[in-house]
Design a protein around this ligand. Structure first.
Ligand code: HEM
Length: 499
């Protein structure tokens, strides 16, 4: 959402900028008209990234891969194994990090964790952030390992942002601060992470589905009944300092939301990246990143999430008289006296994989790609066996995080991303480097722990039967729908052939 005055009009303002930018044929038309000489030079020379950060990312990815099999209840590295360090873990909310409401023109979006960062000036307050800034900030403020921060931030840059300026928006379309015009020639206006089915997906924690009847395409603002159900599952326990919002509570809610979408949204679609990876991870992000940290009786780090700490992240308060929940769009903030997890217990890509495995063990549908077929309660999932031609199956994935990593790598980096890239960019020189370093590389390190992962191929033939994958706003064909169901092609091989 882009904020306008008065602030209370935020909801309707948000609707006017909801994603249409990635309507695929329009992008292709613009790309065809683009000045390719100019774009080729800009893309190969324009993407410059800090070598130290790259090195740290690679180290984090190797470290993650080596720890894939070990786990405590919520994360690969148990935060309780470290002493609580009050000074180092405290998040400053004074001076330049004082909370301020978004001003006219500022962008906020569907991710509460990112809206908080912009409201406290850890991200630029206008809601447009550089790829590398985002990686460093989410590490320092939330304890996200650079392999995961790089993965999330690079995906935002490449598919919803501006690769020339390596910038992206935490909500809808934006104007880039540097060479933005050139990107516009190549791929249309960057859509921001709101872009439905490219990043934002269905069955989110508290946001409604883009095509959910009655939602008016609002996939950005909290829908209170969905948030209320998290509170209800937790037993509406308001005890201060108690670990109420546990992984168990959020896992139950994840499954409940999945089923609500099946029951309410004829066009529900559970996409390979936005669904399988992002929306499932979002539930775990609540438990691991919004939780407060303190000292237990031995002085070790105790991580817990109570109502007092959870609500400000979602910009929710209780009415003091009725106890009812009240939501104010865009007012997400850090709780008072909030401490992040220890940096020695960072949460990275391996954690996303192992948590997904746990969710899949509870409900195998969460490991599929699929959706409703045009009416409610018609969910048809393409399971792992269908997608990999039998080379992998759900049981194997549930038995082995290495197999799941391999599947995720093949389902996103090898099968879908190359085709997405080919549709968005004429010149891939610099973009492929970004993909390799930030998305493909870290996930491949995990995938390579599975023997012969290269032999596994994911084929999305048949996924075009899900209407939710296709339609974009205004009835145009959405990006994902244009890609799924046709044979994906390997961009690198294509490039080598044409060179
Ligand atoms: C670079 C880092 C990040 C990126 C690119 C990112 C991106 C996103 C996107 C695209 C969504 C929408 C997904 C959907 O449709 O459900 C989302 C949702 C969400 N994110 Fe993030 N995120 C990041 C970091 C974080 C952090 C640090 C937290 C926690 C502090 C967080 C918590 C959440 C939650 C809880 C949701 C679901 C919101 C809801 O439906 O109510 N994210 N994020």
């Amino acid at each position: 959402m882009r904020f306008t005055l008065p602030l209370l009009t935020a909801v309707s303002a948000g609707l006017s900028v909801l994603p249409s930018a990635f309507a695929f044929p329009h992008i292709q038309e613009q790309a065809d008209k683009a000045n390719t000489t100019l774009s080729a030079r800009s893309l190969s020379e324009g993407i410059k990234l800090c070598p130290q950060l790259r090195a740290r990312m690679e180290a984090a990815a190797s470290n993650s891969a080596s720890k894939l099999s070990k786990r405590d209840p919520d994360s690969v590295i148990n935060p309780n194994a470290f002493k609580f360090d009050e000074a180092a873990q405290r998040i400053d909310v004074s001076g330049s990090h004082e909370w301020r409401a978004p001003q006219p023109g500022d962008i906020r979006g569907p991710c509460p964790g990112l809206n908080v960062l912009a409201n406290h000036g850890y991200f630029p307050r206008n809601g447009v952030v550089k790829l590398e800034t985002a990686i460093e900030v989410v590490e320092q403020v939330y304890g996200i390992s650079p392999d995961l921060g790089g993965f999330l931030s690079a995906y935002a840059t490449i598919f919803t942002g501006n690769v020339l300026d390596t910038e992206w928006s935490i909500g809808g379309p934006f104007t880039s601060s540097g060479l933005g015009g050139l990107t516009n020639l190549l791929a249309g206006e960057p859509g921001g992470i709101n872009t439905h089915n490219v990043y934002e997906g269905d069955a989110s924690v508290s946001r409604r589905d883009y095509y959910e009847p009655g939602a008016n395409h609002d996939n950005v603002n909290v829908y209170l009944p969905y948030f209320q159900s998290v509170v209800d599952i937790a037993g509406d326990d308001r005890t201060r300092g108690k670990d109420v919002y546990t992984r168990d509570v959020l896992a139950k809610h994840r499954w409940e939301r999945f089923q609500t979408s099946i029951a309410k949204n004829p066009n529900f679609f559970y996409s390979p990246f936005g669904g399988l990876v992002v929306t499932t991870a979002a539930h775990d992000f609540i438990v691991n990143f919004m939780a407060n940290n303190t000292a237990d009786e031995q002085g070790n780090n105790r991580i817990y999430l109570d109502e007092h700490n959870l609500f400000p992240f979602f910009s929710i308060k209780r009415d003091p008289k009725s106890g009812e929940l009240i939501y104010t769009p865009g007012h997400e903030r850090f709780p008072e006296d909030w401490y992040r997890r220890p940096l020695a217990a960072q949460f990275g890509l391996a954690d996303v994989v192992t948590n997904l495995l746990k969710s899949g063990a509870e409900h195998t549908e969460l490991l599929s790609v699929g959706g409703n077929t045009g009416s409610v309660n018609s969910f048809a999932g393409l399971n792992v066996g269908n997608l990999t031609g039998g080379l992998l199956n759900t049981a194997k994935l549930l038995d082995d995080p290495a197999a799941l990593s391999c599947f995720l790598y093949q389902a996103t980096v090898e099968s879908l991303i190359p085709t997405q890239l080919r549709f968005l960019y004429k010149d891939l020189t610099g973009v492929l480097d970004l993909v390799d370093h930030f998305i493909g590389g870290p996930l491949k390190k995990l995938a390579d722990t599975f023997p012969n992962c290269d032999r596994v191929k994911v084929d999305y033939s048949g996924a075009d039967k899900f209407p939710g994958s296709k339609i974009q706003s205004g009835g145009k064909t959405g990006l994902l729908g244009a890609l799924l169901g046709q044979k994906t092609r390997n961009v690198k091989q294509q490039q080598r052939r044409s060179a």
